[in-house]
Ligand binder design. Structure first.
Ligand code: CTP
Ligand code: MG
Length: 228
């Protein structure tokens, strides 16, 4: 197995505000968890898949993921995203030295090409993430007043899967843990160590479902494709 995918699905989904954890919310009749797991499994670079789910939800997730290929394990996550990733990393087979892909269950429409490109770039350089250019002009605002207009040509939004070599990711997350630092993505943990993080082209379709508006967008996308 060259590449281990860790599907992080242990969040509560507070901004979505559904009654169930976000991973179990359905779009087009299928949960975000199952859609994103299936999407990862379709990528040729993915050898095995670990799903990290909310506490108490392992059995439900196993049922939901029945029949998804390459599924190695379903485990409980932690309080923060980085704690969930560490739980997933524990499932890596002994002696594993390949690339780990950390993917948000909240991004159900990731394309196999993005997954494979991120994995290949990380194998070469250590770490890689998909990004998309920011289209709006971005302002820095302090106390209700604009203090700076940022150079948009240098600004990108990070997506997942975030691809990092196994040993590097383990070290980066353990150091963040030890230093009491919360990181919002895996790349940030690698950046703290001074390591390079390459970028590959993400895609607007690989959008994260965060709010009810995002969910409505996803439903429209599937309906438009006749897949709902
Ligand atoms: N995640 C996780 N473990 C956590 C927190 C987040 O596995 N302790 C996962 C989420 O399940 C999600 C991904 O990280 O797939 C991206 O996080 P986000 O979109 O913020 O999801 P939630 O944390 O669930 O949503 P919210 O912040 O609105 O509560
Ligand atoms: Mg969150």
């Amino acid at each position: 197995m060259d590449t281990l995918a860790i599907l992080v699905a242990a969040g509560r989904g507070e901004r979505l505000g559904a009654s169930a954890p976000k991973a179990f919310v359905s779009v087009g009749g299928q949960t975000l968890l199952r859609r994103s797991a299936s999407a990862l499994a379709r990528a040729g670079s993915v050898g095995a898949l670990v799903a990290v789910v909310p506490a108490g939800c392992v059995e439900q997730a196993r049922g939901d993921l029945a029949g998804v290929p390459k599924l190695l394990a379903v485990v409980e996550g932690g309080l923060r995203r980085q704690d969930s990733v560490l739980e997933g990393l524990k499932q890596a087979p002994d002696g594993f030295t390949g690339v780990v892909l950390v993917h948000d269950a909240a991004r159900p429409f990731v394309d196999a090409a993005i997954v494979d490109e991120a994995a290949a770039a990380a194998a070469e350089l250590g770490a890689a993430i998909p990004v998309v250019p920011i289209t709006d002009t971005v302002k820095r605002v302090v106390d209700g007043l604009v203090v700076q207009t940022l150079d948009r040509s240098e600004l990108f939004a990070a997506q997942t899967p975030q691809a990092v070599r196994f040993e590097l990711l383990g070290r980066a997350l353990e150091e963040a843990f030890r230093d009491g630092v919360t990181v919002t993505d895996e790349a940030a943990a690698v950046e703290r160590l001074g390591g390079p993080v390459a970028v590959v082209d993400g895609h607007p379709r690989n959008r994260k479902i965060t709010t009810p508006e995002d969910l409505a967008w996803a439903e429209r996308l599937l309906a438009g494709e006749g897949a709902a």
